[in-house]
Structures are given as structure tokens and as C-alpha cells.
Design a protein around this ligand. Structure first.
Ligand code: TXA
Ligand code: MG
Length: 517
């Protein structure tokens, strides 16, 4: 099959889009732009066409699709028992980057909703998609036009990269306006709630329509992340081939300073930078940029949130094409949709694999360069030597306030080397909600850390304790803190190591012995 790319340019959209619209209606696949990202479209009423979308993308069958309509005139075909709040929000935001979860009508095949009783509906605000949907005159499913797990497509060339000669039509109307997928809003829960963050936030919804909805971050705190309300949320997403690390600056460390530190640690790797143009200008003055090793992809410093979101996926794809090993991407606190996509790109492959016989223990300290990496390594080394039981315990570690990618401190490495444990490969990781949710048991170092985390995540309270509580059955008050040896002499590290080791042996016995009455 040869893919025909239809460039809209200044041509008459109706004339140019008639052939692809008819093909779409007949059950063929047509990729088209929306204001968010490019979509891979199929007639929602033809099951085999929808099935082909899953196959083309390599998409898990339990991840439902969004139905696209030009306007609300035929909404009754798609959804039933539509609540009044839908019409209110429609007036304020549609067409636009907002997807509604509604009760599904029987006309929509189960494959579209992956067996759920609900259906996602959206009305894109982009001239080509509007015209195409109007001409096709059927509801159209359109997931983002990328192979599952890859960065979404924000240019027609990205769609070609993933689907050349596998689909008959791609409509090219230039770069998409926003660059991140629509906000998904669940109207079937008692209080409307955002399941996927996008450009439209809970605050925008309140301001422009007066409707109160649960924000994405609010929902995350309450959710049981093992059973996500939006099935798509549980998968690793948007990820380039290269490993992605975040550049987390703060009042004391400007982005250029953080980049310099990270570059030092990644000296033998080929690096891609995704940073704002102002930071790049400063960085260039501070260091000799070796162009063989560092490739930059910049976004505007003016409206940095919009600009970073607009360019993120294109940057991932462009930097991958340059063959970089690691992408350092600037974190932008408060940019909810952008940070959500960036966080997901940083999640490692292995954390997606559910394994019932494997249980995860997560050690948490502050910087993830001394106590928690030592504890995780001590635990794993001990576990390896023990007789195998039915359950395999695996320890990882993270820090409550850290940068991703820092090695363990020299003394942590040296005192563990004394007992034949090598943690020179360790790289720090910021604690995330995903890590907390995936852990079966979370062991923190101090009572303060425990209290902070328990307050932030009351639903996870039962699995968050200090290591001493887990290991010695101490109550919350008499728990013992393991102090931070950071910046202390090696002897202090040795004491920390031995303190951790004792507790871990006790912990091991606790979690591997059946509980007595
Ligand atoms: O901006 C967008 O929404 C783009 C453009 C092309 O319209 N489309 C898009 O589709 O991002 P996709 O398939 O990549 O993401 C759909 C998201 C997934 O997270 C999926 O789990 C969720 O919507 N979703 C779909 N139906 C759902 C339902 N019935 N209940 C909860 N979540 C649903
Ligand atoms: Mg997608």
C-alpha cells in the first residue's frame, strides 16, 4: 500500500478531503491533525476498522479509544443519559481539547470502549479534522497517530515515520497547535474528575463554566493507581528510544548549573538537551559545548509552558533521530499536562510488568544517594543468599527531594564495597506516585519522612512505615530514625551501613515468616 499525503496548504479543504473522508466512512484508516496531536482515524461503527487501529498501533486491547464528532448534533448516537453538565461544558469549551467520558450507547461497538460501559467523546477544534468529520458523517475513533508507547505525532512527518505505506491517507496541515493530548474528563463519576491532564485544567473549567471538577493531581492522591480509572494511564507512554532524565532546577541551582552537574556524571554518553533558549545561551557561555556529544532542541523562554508542551514530542523524535543515549529535559513545575507526559517518558520499562510472585519494597530517604540506595542494595544482596520462597522480594530506592541521575556518594560506595556489594551503578530517582503505588512495602528512614508521606497519601498509609517499625515491630512513636550520613566521614557511613544491615535481616524474617496469631 502506498500512503497518500494530502497537503492542505491554501487549497480548498472540502475538495481535498472528499476522497479520504469517503475512505474513512468505508472503513479505511486515515490519519489527520487535530489541535492537540495527529490522530489515527477509523469509522467507529465498523468493528474491523477499529480492530485494525489496535493492530497498527500495537495497542493493548484494554485501552479504549476516543470517538470524535464535528459537533454535538449526533451525540445521542454515541452516548445515553447525558447529564446537563455536559451541555454546559460543551458551550464553554467545544470544539476544543476536552474529552468527555459518558455512558455508552449500544450503537458503539464494545471494542471501542474496551468493554467498558462508558465512551470517550471529543469535538476537535481544527479546520481539517472538522471538515473531515463533517464529510465522513460517522463517529470516528482516533487515538494519537503513533505506535503505542512512542511519542505522539505532532507533525505529519511523525505519522509517516510510524505508518508509512501501512495506511492509505495522511492529511498534512502542519504542526499541531497545542502538542499534548486533550484533557479527559469523567462525567460518569459522582463528581466530574480529570483522568488525563491536558491544556484545559480544573481551574480553567471552574473559571469559564463555573463547574467544579476534581483536578488531576487531586485525583492522583486519592486514586488506587493499581486500577486506573482511565485504562491508558497504566502504560508507559510517550517515550523516545533514549533514556529521559529531568532537569530539576530550584532557587539555589539554576537550570544551567543542574545541566552542568548532570553532564559531568554522564561524561561518556551522547546527550540530547531539551531546554529553553535562555538557559541554553547561559550554558553555552559557561562551558565548551562539544557538538559531537551534545545536541540541543530549544523551546521559547517567553511562554515556556506552552512552548515546551508544543515541542516535547517533536524534540523526543528529533533527538532520537540524532542517536542520543540520554535526553535531559527541563522540568517545568506547575505545567501539569507537560510534566505528566515528561514523567511518563521517564518511567522505566520494567515497572510496567505486573508479576504476582514478585513483591516490591521501596526504600525512601531524602537524596537517594546514601541511605536508601545502601538499604536497597543490602536488602537485595541478603535476599539473593536466602533460600527461595514462593515470593521474590525485590528492593528499589528513591528520594523525596532529589535530582534524577545522581550516583551514590563516594563513602556509600566504599563502605558497601568492603562487604562486596557494588552500588557504583546506582543513579538517584525522585520519588513519584507511580513508585509508591507499585511498591508493596515502603520503608522510610525517619519518622518525619513517614509523617509527610502518610499525610500526602492517606490511602497508602498502611504500607508506609519507617524501616525500624517494619523490622522491629515498633510502634509509630518509638520508631528509630536512621540519620543522614551525608557529608560525614567514612566511619559514620560504616555505622549507618551496619545499622541498616541489622534492621534488614530482621525485616527479611518478618516478611518471609507466616504471621503467628
Ligand atoms: O487529544 C487527543 O485526545 C488525541 C487526539 C488525536 O484527539 N487522542 C488521544 O487518544 O490522545 P489516545 O487513544 O491516545 O488516548 C485516549 C485516552 C486513553 O488514556 C484512554 O485510556 C482514555 O482516553 N479513555 C478512552 N475511553 C475511555 C473511557 N471510556 N474511560 C476512561 N478513559 C478512557
Ligand atoms: Mg496516545
Amino acid at each position: 500500500m502506498k500512503t497518500e499525503v494530502i497537503r492542505l496548504g491554501k487549497g480548498n479543504p472540502e475538495a481535498l478531503l472528499r476522497a479520504p473522508a469517503l475512505a474513512l466512512r468505508r472503513g479505511e484508516i486515515v490519519a489527520f491533525p487535530t489541535e492537540t496531536v495527529y490522530g489515527l482515524g477509523a469509522n467507529a461503527l465498523i468493528e474491523s476498522a477499529v480492530q485494525e487501529i489496535f493492530i497498527l498501533k500495537g495497542r493493548p486491547q484494554d485501552n479504549p479509544l476516543i470517538v470524535h464528532l464535528p459537533d454535538k448534533s449526533r451525540i445521542d448516537q454515541v452516548a445515553i443519559n447525558i447529564p446537563p453538565v455536559f451541555y454546559k461544558l460543551y458551550e464553554s469549551f467545544c470544539p476544543g481539547p476536552l474529552t468527555f467520558i459518558l455512558e455508552k450507547s449500544d450503537l458503539i461497538p464494545d471494542i471501542v470502549s474496551a468493554g467498558l460501559q462508558t465512551v470517550a467523546v471529543r469535538f476537535p477544534d481544527q479546520r481539517a479534522s472538522q471538515e473531515l468529520l463533517r464529510l465522513a458523517d460517522v463517529p470516528v475513533v482516533a487515538p494519537s497517530a503513533n505506535i503505542s508507547g512512542r511519542p505522539s505525532a505532532t507533525r505529519a512527518s511523525h505519522v509517516l515515520d510510524d505508518f508509512k505505506d501501512r495506511i492509505p491517507f495522511i492529511i498534512d496541515d502542519g504542526a499541531t497547535e497545542l502538542g499534548v493530548e486533550s484533557t479527559v474528563l469523567d462525567l460518569c463519576s459522582p463528581m466530574p474528575r480529570i483522568l488525563r491532564p491536558g491544556v484545559i485544567t480544573a481551574a480553567d473549567i471552574k473559571e469559564r463554566s463555573g463547574v467544579e471538577v476534581q483536578s488531576y493531581s487531586e485525583g492522583l492522591k486519592k486514586a488506587d493507581l493499581r486500577r486506573p480509572a482511565s485504562p491508558g494511564l497504566k502504560y508507559r507512554h510517550y517515550a523516545p528510544e533514549a533514556k529521559v532524565l529531568q532537569i530539576c532546577s530550584d532557587h539555589e541551582n539554576s537550570p544551567d548549573t543542574v545541566v552542568l552537574k548532570m553532564l559531568e556524571q554522564l561524561s561518556d554518553q551522547k546527550i540530547g538537551l531539551f531546554i529553553n533558549e535562555r538557559s541554553w545561551d547561559i550554558l553555552k557561555q559557561r562551558t565548551d559545548i562539544d557538538e559531537r556529544v551534545i545536541t540541543e532542541y530549544l523551546f521559547s523562554a517567553e511562554n515556556s509552558q506552552e512552548s515546551a508542551a508544543h515541542e516535547l514530542y517533536a524534540a523526543f523524535r528529533a533527538l532520537d533521530a540524532c542517536g542520543v543515549d540520554v535526553i535531559l529535559a527541563e522540568a517545568i513545575p506547575g505545567a501539569e499536562a507537560y510534566m505528566n507526559r515528561l514523567d511518563k517518558a521517564c518511567v522505566s520499562e520494567s515497572s510496567d510488568i505486573p508479576q504476582d510472585s514478585v513483591k516490591n519494597i521501596l526504600f525512601v530517604c531524602t537524596g537517594n544517594t546514601c541511605r536508601s540506595p545502601m538499604a536497597a542494595a543490602l536488602f537485595n544482596a541478603y535476599a539473593e543468599k536466602q533460600q527461595s520462597s514462593e515470593i521474590t522480594w525485590r528492593a528499589i530506592s528513591a528520594g523525596m527531594h532529589t535530582l534524577d541521575g545522581l550516583p551514590a556518594t563516594d563513602h556509600s560506595i566504599s563502605v558497601l564495597r568492603e562487604i562486596d556489594i557494588d552500588i557504583s551503578d546506582h543513579r538517584s530517582a525522585q520519588l513519584t506516585e507511580e513508585l509508591l503505588a507499585e511498591a508493596d512495602l515502603i520503608a522510610v528512614m525517619t519518622r518525619t519522612q513517614r509523617d509527610v508521606l502518610q499525610e500526602m497519601f492517606p490511602d497508602l498509609e498502611d504500607k508506609i512505615k519507617t524501616l525500624s517499625e517494619w523490622a522491629l515491630d515498633l510502634d509509630a512513636v518509638s520508631a528509630v530514625d536512621i540519620m543522614d550520613p551525608f557529608a560525614q566521614p567514612e566511619t559514620v557511613y560504616r555505622e549507618t551501613r551496619d545499622q541498616l544491615r541489622k534492621l534488614i535481616v530482621s525485616l527479611w524474617q518478618k516478611i518471609n515468616l507466616p504471621l503467628s496469631d
